[in-house]
Design a protein around this ligand. Structure first.
Ligand SMILES: *Cc1c(COP(=O)(O)O)cnc(C)c1O
Ligand code: SF4
Length: 370
């Protein structure tokens, strides 16, 4: 059996198994949580946990707060993914791209997961469901970008993945394929030479991984990322702002610097979604803006992700920026740089007629409008 499967097979799935390591845990309370929201901590990820409430422990160890039912704006499916699903395994929100969710299993169940309603539960995605999803993509020519997601797609076997990629590549309108996976972070042993060899046959293929804290960038993770980059796969990272995990700009300065050194480009920084059972992870939006402010100008521009809120109700990702543009007027733009110093930029004046490629008859009207 492959090493990664062995590691996964000895994952801790019962809170009682944590008692010996962390005697302070209230195992009974955690059992109740894990019955609703499954737990799975593989021994590799568990080895990164120092204490249950450190940045790694909080991500993987159940918390009784997950069952809090106080007044809350949270719901099971805040991004309305179910209503945007025209076929099994497909979420089609944007015109030209779609999510293809091929499994509900993961190498570790993140306590803050946006798909907490699904992951790890006993309603597995069958090959027939994936077939139906592929058929939808094949008969929808607008889709030119497919994001293979889950759960974690890299938990499928090499053969299953190879087949899915082959089927996608047979669809002429699918230009690019992306894989969204936390495996390089939570089970880097899964990134075998064989897997990289399979993935590289399906370019253009991008991979977005998911690191939340610099302590996750271990020598094993570095090796996995390097193997993927060497296979010519452009790597990105998505993180979520999480209370008690990374709600400190210094964490992202360090994390993103380390990721870049592994050829991973920070892509999105998400404000936490309003997911039922994850409210205790939420941070003020200002914290995310502070992260961007701490990065922009202070370190490589390549290390600055886009901070986004995935709009509740299914409106899609909306970028938020710290206030750099103070005013955009007709004659001048007032703005501040990364140090808070003020600058202005003069706008372009009215252009000579000869330069304007506008029919003369419409010229006066245009001039009045602008
Ligand atoms: C995030 C997301 C995408 C991809 O968005 P990009 O901005 O292109 O990375 C596509 N579909 C759904 C449903 C998404 O949530
Ligand atoms: S790996 Fe991704 S899909 Fe799985 S539990 Fe974590 S955030 Fe959710």
């Amino acid at each position: 059996m492959e090493l990664w499967r062995k590691i996964l097979n000895s994952a801790v799935r019962q809170p009682a198994q944590l008692q010996r390591l962390f005697p302070s845990l209230d195992v009974k309370a955690l059992d109740t949580v894990a019955e609703t929201y499954p737990m799975c901590i593989n021994p590799y990820y568990l080895s990164l946990v120092g204490t249950p409430d450190d940045p790694i422990g909080r991500q993987c160890i159940p918390d009784p707060a997950e069952l809090d039912l106080g007044a809350s704006p949270c719901s099971a499916d805040p991004l309305a993914e179910e209503s945007l699903s025209p076929a099994p395994c497909v979420v089609h929100r944007y015109p030209d791209r779609a999510l293809f969710t091929v499994t509900t299993r993961c190498a570790m169940y993140c306590r803050f997961c946006t798909r907490k309603r699904k992951v790890g539960l006993d309603n597995p995605i069958t090959p027939e469901m994936r077939r139906a999803g592929l058929d939808y993509i094949a008969r929808t020519p607008e889709i030119r970008d497919v994001i293979i997601s889950g759960g974690d797609p890299l938990l499928l076997s090499d053969e299953e993945l190879d087949q899915i990629l082959l089927d996608l590549r047979k669809i002429p309108h699918v230009e690019i394929i992306r894989i969204g996976t936390r495996v390089p972070c939570v089970l880097p042993h899964r990134v075998t030479r064989r897997l990289a060899g399979i993935l590289r046959r399906y370019h253009p293929l991008f991979l977005n991984t998911h690191f939340e804290h610099p302590n996750e960038v271990t020598p094993q993770a570095v090796r996995a990322l390097s193997r993927l980059a060497d296979a010519g796969i452009p790597l990105g990272n998505q993180s979520v702002m999480l209370r008690g995990v990374n709600d400190d700009p210094a964490v992202f300065v360090e994390l993103n610097r380390r990721l870049l050194a592994c050829r991973v480009r920070p892509y999105y920084l998400y404000q936490a979604d309003l997911v039922l059972g994850t409210e205790h992870f939420r941070t003020p939006v200002e914290d995310g803006l502070a992260v961007i402010q701490a990065l922009r100008g202070h370190t490589s521009g390549l290390a600055v992700p886009q901070f986004v809120i995935d709009a509740p109700g299914g409106g899609g990702k909306i970028p938020l920026l710290p206030r750099y543009a103070l005013s955009v007027e007709r004659d001048e733009v007032q703005m501040q740089n990364y140090k808070g110093e003020l600058y202005s930029y003069p706008q372009v004046g009215p252009q000579p007629q000869a330069v304007r490629a506008v029919p003369p008859s419409r010229e006066p009207e245009r001039a009045r409008l602008t």
